[in-house]
Design a protein around this ligand. Sequence first.
Ligand code: AMP
Length: 499
Amino acid sequence: MILILFMVTIFSSSGTTDGRQKFVPFTDHSARTTLQIFSLAAAYRSRVYPTREGGRILEFIYSSKQFKTKGGLTAGTATTHYYASEEFKIKQEKTKCFTCSPQEVISGGDYKQSTYCHLLLGLFFCDQVEFITSTFAYSIVQAFTAFEDVWRDICNDIKHGTLSERINLAKMRKAVLSIISPNPSLASKIEENCKELETQNWLGLITKLWPNSKYVYSIMTGSMQPYLQKLRHYAGGLALVSADYGSTESWIGVNVDPYLPPEDVTFAVIPTFSYYEFMPLYRENHDCGSAIDDFIEDEPVPLSKVKVGQEYEIVLTTFTGLYRCRLGDVVEVAGFHKGTPKLNFICRRKLILTINIDKNTEKDLQLVVEKGSQLLMSKARAELVDFTSHAELETQPGHYIIYWEIKGDVEEEVLGECCKKMDASFVDHGYVVSRRTKSIGPLELCIVKTGTFKKILEYFIGNGAALSQFKTPRCTSNHGLLKILNGSTIKRLYSTAYS
Ligand code: AMP
């Protein structure tokens, strides 16, 4: 088999938390398995949420540019390749649901312009839209947040059959203008709905504007969990279906219980996609001291030997030539579906925050930030937009920094309380001991300017990433990113916990 090399974006399967680039092979087999898992998942979904044949999908999907390596191989992100492939068209025909946007919008290369056109076309076909989707939930939240600012222009375009000046890519303009035509009655209906929605902080935007949509479908587990609350707000009671589990290296499992809320979703492994091994992981005795990693590993076992309740790291041997490749994800076996294990996604394996003997994972950080943001919402009319963190080792003693972008005005006193709450919420024994003994300094909460995380997204996209695979790095020591974060910090607060 000829290997075509496709570059994994800077949000690659192993670099999710800090944006490192990696190349992995991508072949016809990869594209075929993508089609298989999408068709399989669509079949399970249709049992619970039947959709009308010939309906449409509002898909917030984006592809970036492909390029040739020095050796002449084509490189690009996995999603870029998929959206340009025959399989993408076959999937639409097989599932009898067609995306609203033409290829010129998906592959336009400017995510802001693509988002505007996805929204415009999604609204132009609003009565036909059966469901709303993106690869990762972040993209849907990002698109609707943008909609809050551009809806008037979109209504104007629908009214007159025109396209806003902000779209300056010739091919995209031509493609969109060939689809839309003036529809003043639809425009005024949307305008009325938007005026009402604006007064309700856009609660239930999806059900209001896409009245025939049956569900929202996207990856909502793992690092996407922090966006669930906002997504639920926009969805206003519409079902949220958490999408399947895979990586650029290989697809892994399908959500066979689409009726479950994203928090309870598991993924049934498809045994034929790769050869899967599972490396048992045991949580380390917290008194063990200065271990660098937080798990003790055991010998990998095959798929047939996994045990319910045990945590594992997935090891893949793929049809594209990767041999015993460690994925870096921690999963737990939740049960079985016809003999194949159902996996619960726990977190990325890599420790993200560590100064000395403390060990905090992406999941630990998420829980802590959740506590802080709950306090923020209860004490102020404000919400957390996005967050990231950094283990600051340059000053002594080292300490954690959490960066928050928030929407709404918050008094400094409340922010101070949030900071203290988060510091006190890290339950890792190493952290608690180090804080008590002052070998780790007080947690620092940096409030960044509105739009900072958009800037971060643009920074990654400028470095060749695709929005479809974007995951905000939850911890970073990337200099470019820290420069943006520190340059945008408008308030710094220090925890008074442990004092
Ligand atoms: P990428 O190689 O950019 O496609 O990213 C793959 C990584 O995304 C996986 O190793 C997981 O960490 C994460 N991921 C993919 N699918 C899911 C899912 N359904 N739930 C949680 N995390 C996921």
